[in-house]
Design a protein around this ligand. Structure first.
Ligand code: DSN
Length: 423
């Protein structure tokens, strides 16, 4: 009998999606610092007819007919971003944080222009590098001098370096982002030399919205770029905001028609809901995130782990960075934890060469998603204990998996969001 392979393939896709939904959303302790989940309402609104449509161009000045509801929700989203981040101009069309960065690099640098960014081992996002978006626009990256103890840019050494190199752009923020960056401290030298400042807020946007992290525009950034799905628990996407009208015109052109044609309009209603939820619950959520990250870092140190920046309180964000070189390195540790349904990523540490990226010294942990599901101090302790048993006491991670699944059962409903909204 002929097997209906198409039917089987359809079933396999459905099974994979069901399995993903069950495993990653209900059974894992997810500690990936760049992820989060949308609220139930935002999730429902994400799958709408907006996903089938085009709306090239600006609100109310589109190149296609049929966009009146896109205009309506995008107009609201723009107003919400302006209010939440106290800014004048915003573009929500970049499809990701990387694209938002690319638009900023295009608008702020020339071919051959010099940019100061973190190095990747010290925390830069890959788009900040010559091999990433900076390279696409022909820029050249110089790494900031970095203070490993503080896990932050070395201000005095950077001032000296900036005066010598006279870069076009200082880029702050990145993928490892434990502490507020020294924006205020470097604004003066930037002003003296006419250097622009860009702040990549992707990891900390929700903490900025919750007013627990630095406010980049007030501290001297000319433009903020971001994704919309890390500590800000929205749909995957990007945005840019600034108070500089002339710069905004260049940014907008870089976004459309430079980088984006259609901007995947179905993101926007979900983003509206996320922004409304952050307006209402953002401060409480952000406070809980940072408290949990600090608690987890302390609990890990008590159990014998090496956490970076211990003398400086470990972190002021959602992230905790561990040196696991004595436990077999980042790759082994991340894989062992995955066997127990604890999901982290291996990460380069400041002293690692780029060539060690397959097995770097560190792992990076983010607590924003588990905080969203209501985990607090006791749960941070419990997570540290799971990690201790698997990584230090050598217990079989497969045996711990059932305990992790059972632990997760009490934390499956997102908090800090509208509940029971009928649509
Ligand atoms: N690479 C992601 C991160 O984990 O930080 C962001 O794009």
């Amino acid at each position: 009998m002929e097997v209906n392979t198409t039917e089987r393939q359809v079933e396999k896709v459905i099974e994979a999606v069901d399995a993903q939904n069950k495993w990653r959303k209900l059974e894992c302790i997810n500690l990936i610092a760049s992820e989060n989940v949308m609220s139930p309402l935002a999730t429902k609104l994400y799958a709408s007819d907006f996903m089938h449509r085009y709306a090239e161009g600006d609100i109310a000045h589109r190149h296609y007919q049929g966009g009146k509801y896109v205009d309506e929700v995008e107009g609201l989203a723009v107003e919400l971003v302006k209010r939440l981040f106290n800014t004048t101009f915003t573009d929500l069309r970049p499809l990701s944080g990387s694209m938002a960065n690319l638009a900023c690099f295009k608008a702020l640098t020339e071919i051959g222009g010099v940019l100061f960014t973190l190095s990747v081992p010290c925390g830069a996002h890959i788009s900040h590098q010559n091999f990433g978006s900076v390279g696409i626009v022909g820029g050249k990256v110089k790494p900031y001098p970095f203070d490993i103890e503080r896990m932050n840019i070395d201000v005095d050494a950077t001032i000296r370096q900036v005066k010598k190199e006279k870069p076009d752009l200082l880029v702050f923020g990145g993928s490892v982002f434990l502490f507020p960056n020294p924006l205020k401290e470097l604004r003066e030298v930037a002003d003296e030399l006419g250097i622009r400042i860009m702040y990549d807020a992707a990891h900390v946007l929700g903490l900025i919205a919750g007013k627990i992290f630095q406010d980049p525009l007030r501290e001297g950034a000319d433009v903020v770029s971001s994704s919309t799905h890390k500590t800000l628990p929205g749909p995957q996407g990007g945005l840019i905001f600034t108070n500089d009208e002339e710069l905004f015109e260049r940014l907008k052109t870089a976004v459309f028609p430079g980088i984006v044609s259609n901007h995947h309009c179905h993101r926007i209603p979900a983003l509206c809901i996320t922004l409304l939820e952050m307006q209402k619950y953002g401060e409480e959520y952000a406070n809980n995130i940072v408290r949990n990250a600090q608690k987890l870092a302390g609990a890990l140190v008590e159990r014998g782990f090496k956490v970076l920046a211990e003398s400086y309180g470990f972190t002021q964000s959602h992230q905790v960075l561990l040196d696991v070189s004595s436990l077999g390195g980042g790759r082994k540790v991340a894989k062992d934890l995955e066997k127990a349904n604890i999901i982290v990523n291996k990460n380069l540490l400041p002293w690692d060469p780029l060539t060690s990226k397959e097995n770097p010294s560190g792992i990076r942990i983010g607590v924003q998603e588990m905080t969203r599901f209501g985990m607090a101090y006791n749960e941070m302790d419990q997570i540290a204990e799971f990690m201790e048993k698997i990584l230090i006491k050598g217990k079989n991670p497969h045996h711990k998996k059932e305990e992790v699944i059972s632990f997760r059962k009490d934390f499956i409903t997102p908090k800090f969001c509208f509940q029971n909204v009928e649509i």
